[in-house]
Ligand binder design. Structure first.
Ligand code: PMT
Length: 405
């Protein structure tokens, strides 16, 4: 619980309605042992008073870059150096844009630009603002620079709309922040993860695909990166930004995914196949759009390469984790895949359940290996991925110990 003991955290509060959750976040961080100071933007003060944040943090709140008294006590450069991490929560679309473009026109943006410590950003905004191409591009810039995005959550919003853009609840956020300081279990380990669907062309305008959004695989890649691994994520068309600290390789077809995995597996110790790879592709891809002339037509399909099975045949053999998407006999079918593809572990999900699995923000997994199994009950994909990475860690390090003894 006290994983934040003696950690110095600077909480940046920007101007959105979710600022009302910031005092609760500060309380949760202090309960975990952190020393917390707060910097507010001018807009944040329209939503919540500095006095409230002073009361819960136990320190005067900083708001002004040009405050001579505050600067004399602890200058902004010193403040940036003092923090073990800066957590901007809530981070508005405007602040994320300013951060991405290196602005330093108020105290919080200046401190963020100056710091060498880890920068954690918890977005909170209207779901359309979050989905906007400009915001996603800014998030991608920040992720590439190693800034960690915590959330956003999805659900009903203050504006009455529903979708992704909510600030994570303070206890979830505090746990995620504490997670950033956990000993990096996978430090020095190279991991390749696949995610998303593949697209198998029929002609220049049509293709075969499936309902995978990529969210599960991206969450797994992010959880490995949080655990210190060097992660390559090979993704089919998913339209998601690269998770923080993850090298993203975008592909379209199963064959491109197989080639990209093969190109990145040298030296990788762990492989996780979360992608919903098309099992079949069109035997012939028409060079022109197929005309609607015949009353009926059939399409000849041929098998795509089985990426997971071929990774499991490699020498030296990495630790191989597959996924099984099933609509019936979850455990039996997953066990068959574990054995026939010679996997170390398989994470089975029932994709017939509403609100879980494909496309959804949540999932539930039954994880199976030769000598045991574990249930990971329904949770947000981010949390589930962290639990899955924990389980993989237990089996992977045990196997390594056994092989080296
Ligand atoms: O992307 P989301 O919307 O978040 O949804 C998540 C998910 C449901 C896609 C994910 O949790 C999941 O189950 N991924 C695997 C989907 C799948 O294709 O399952 P499968 O049972 O058909 O395949 C078994 C395993 O073989 C998988 O690890 C798959 O990546 C792999 N495979 C399959 C075919 C193929 N040609 N090559 C492969 O590597």
């Amino acid at each position: 619980m006290n994983t934040l003991a003696q950690k110095k955290l600077l909480v940046g509060v920007t101007g959105g309605i979710a600022a009302y959750k910031s005092p609760e976040l500060v309380r949760r961080l202090r309960e975990r042992g952190a020393d917390v100071r707060v910097v507010m933007t001018a807009a944040a003060r329209e939503f919540i008073t500095p006095l409230t944040l002073q009361a819960v943090s136990g320190w005067p709140v900083r708001a002004d870059l040009f405050d001579p008294a505050a600067e004399a006590a602890m200058g902004h450069i010193e403040l940036a150096r003092w923090a073990d991490a800066i957590v901007v929560a809530p981070a508005t679309a405007d602040f994320i844009a300013r951060l991405a473009h290196g602005r330093a026109d108020d105290l919080l943006s200046t401190v963020c630009l100056t710091t060498r410590s880890r920068l954690l950003v918890a977005p909170a905004m209207n779901q359309q603002m979050w989905a906007a191409a400009a915001t996603q591009a800014n998030v991608e810039i920040l992720s590439r620079r190693g800034v960690r995005m915590l959330g956003p959550d999805a659900g009903p919003q203050a504006c009455g709309e529903v979708g992704p853009g909510r600030l994570l609840e303070p206890d979830v956020l505090a746990a995620a922040i504490a997670g950033q300081f956990r000993a990096p279990r996978f430090a020095g380990v190279r991991v390749v993860v696949t995610a998303g669907p593949t697209r198998e062309p029929i002609d220049p305008v049509r293709y075969i695909t499936n309902r995978s959004s990529g969210k599960m695989g991206y969450a797994v890649a992010e959880a490995f990166a949080e655990a210190g691994a060097e992660v390559t994520l090979v993704s089919g068309p998913a339209g998601l930004p690269a998770p923080s600290g993850v090298a993203l390789v975008r592909v379209e077809t199963a064959e491109e995914m197989a080639a990209a995995v093969c190109a990145h597996m040298d030296g990788a110790q762990v492989f996780v196949g979360a992608a919903a790879v098309a099992d079949y592709r069109a035997a012939e891809v028409a060079s022109q759009k197929i005309k609607k002339t015949a009353e009926a037509m059939s399409l000849a399909l041929i098998k795509t390469p089985d990426i997971l099975a071929s990774v499991a045949r490699r020498t030296p053999r990495p630790f191989v984790v597959g996924f099984a998407a099933e609509t019936e006999q979850l455990i039996e079918n997953a066990r068959k895949k574990l054995e026939s593809k010679h996997l170390d572990m398989i994470a089975a999900n029932d994709v017939s359940l509403t609100g879980l699995g494909f496309e959804s923000e949540r999932n539930a997994l039954q994880v199976i290996w030769k000598t045991g199994e574990a249930s990971l009950p329904a949770a947000r994909k981010g949390e589930l991925a962290r639990d899955l990475v924990e389980l993989i860690g237990e089996r992977y390090f045990e196997k390594n110990r056994a092989e080296n003894s």
